[in-house]
Design a protein around this ligand. Structure first.
Ligand code: SAH
Ligand code: SF4
Length: 360
């Protein structure tokens, strides 16, 4: 029988497991503490477990779900991109970003939720891979474990903005977020965990209905439905107008903070676009996060700095609450929409990178 990854278990699952083998329930918390807080790589390091128990766990489960294939560090700003190999031979990526300049000591890990992505956004490199499979909870959590262990740094911020659409893998993603937040897990504050979706209506509704406490980011990227549909096929079956209606009905009563992500291209930053965006910002827990388009194999054109400035001024005059992402990791293509699961050694492209700013 193939071994299952222990990081797929919730605290309840572990408590049940220990009960089933005649061990006390508190072992579950101890185990979580070893796995996440102490972040050990082997059951044999769990020194408050008997040798027999360690041997038993080792015989039944794996601690690590991923293997590091390559790490690349930006010479410009220290942003790191990690390429991991899953047990069944797929590559996924995570990024570690240090945005100390914008908010002291902020260290963010961007995690992947799927190998590839089925959503087909035209400007995104991950889309070009097609959909391979959902990641398990253990594979999402192990990205954080390994990034911390390899870098020797403890991030205090997590964004689910790597490869994949989190709400097409809802259960595994939310379970991972819960363990990140759990006091015997990574103990990262709910305010420092952000899940980003391209706009999967059912997922957004479920997230709000279940009163999930994490920040939500929705990638809008265009203000006109017919244009949005061309760049984001998700618009066809999940029109943003319906997301807006849903938010009107449910957002005021929810506890969530919402970021609307807007990737700026040359053709979506007109004065008319700014006016349409203005209409969307009724609630004070919603912010607009502007990202200049990153280069890739797509044909879209990033805006010039002057164009970005003009658009920002337009929005500021209209009092739209905005944040603009900083460019980091320009030399390692570790930015939004650039994660393609390729071995970097072959990739000589110099691409602009972004980092989520203070709202995320
Ligand atoms: N699938 C989720 C999360 C992963 S994508 C989502 O779409 O929200 C993370 C972010 O990268 C999204 O906001 C997406 O719009 C953005 N993105 C994709 N391609 C990009 C590119 N070429 N330049 C800048 N941002 C991009
Ligand atoms: Fe998938 Fe997000 Fe890329 Fe769209 S932008 S293809 S949803 S990863």
């Amino acid at each position: 029988m193939e071994k299952q990854c222990i990081k797929n278990f919730t605290i309840e699952g572990l408590t049940e497991y220990f009960g089933s083998i005649g061990e006390k329930g508190y072992r579950a918390k101890q185990l979580m503490n070893w796995l996440y807080e102490k972040n050990v790589g082997s059951f044999h390091d769990m020194t408050n477990f008997s040798k027999e128990l360690r041997g038993r766990l080792d015989g039944e489960f794996l601690v690590s779900a991923l293997e590091l294939a390559e790490q690349q560090v930006s010479e410009i700003d220290g942003t790191s991109k990690f390429l991991f190999l899953t047990r069944d031979g797929h590559y996924i990526e995570s990024v570690l970003m240090n945005s100390e300049g914008s908010d002291e000591g902020r260290l963010t890990v961007c995690v992947s939720t799927q190998a590839g992505c089925a959503m087909g956004c035209r400007f995104c490199e991950t889309a070009k891979m097609g959909f391979i499979r959902n990641l398990e909870t253990a594979e999402i959590l192990d990205q954080l474990c390994q990034v911390r262990r390899i870098s020797g740094q403890r991030n205090n911020n997590v964004v689910f903005m790597g490869m994949g659409e989190p709400f097409m893998n809802y259960d595994a993603v939310l379970r991972a977020a819960d363990i990140m937040n759990y006091s015997f897990g990574f103990h990262i504050s709910v305010r420092k965990i952000t899940i980003s979706t391209s706009g999967v209506l059912a997922g957004i509704e479920r997230f709000i209905d279940e009163r999930r406490p994490y920040n939500l980011a929705i990638s809008l990227n265009d203000t006109l439905p017919e244009k949005r549909e061309k760049i984001m096929p998700v618009e066809r079956s999940n029109p943003f107008s319906r997301i807006s209606d849903l938010l009107d009905r449910k957002f005021p009563a929810s506890r969530n903070r919402l970021t609307v992500v807007y990737v700026m291209r040359q053709d979506n930053i007109s004065h008319e676009d700014a006016k349409r965006l203005k209409k969307m910002f009724r609630y004070n827990r919603v912010k607009l996060n502007l990202i200049p388009l990153n280069e890739g194999t797509h044909d879209y054109r990033p805006p010039t700095e002057q164009e970005v400035e003009r658009f920002i001024k337009d929005l500021e005059i209209m009092n739209v609450p905005i944040t603009v992402r900083k460019s980091l990791g320009r030399d390692i293509s570790g930015a939004c929409g650039q994660l393609s699961g390729k071995k970097y050694s072959g990739c000589g492209g110099c691409m602009a990178g972004n980092i989520p700013s203070d709202c995320i």
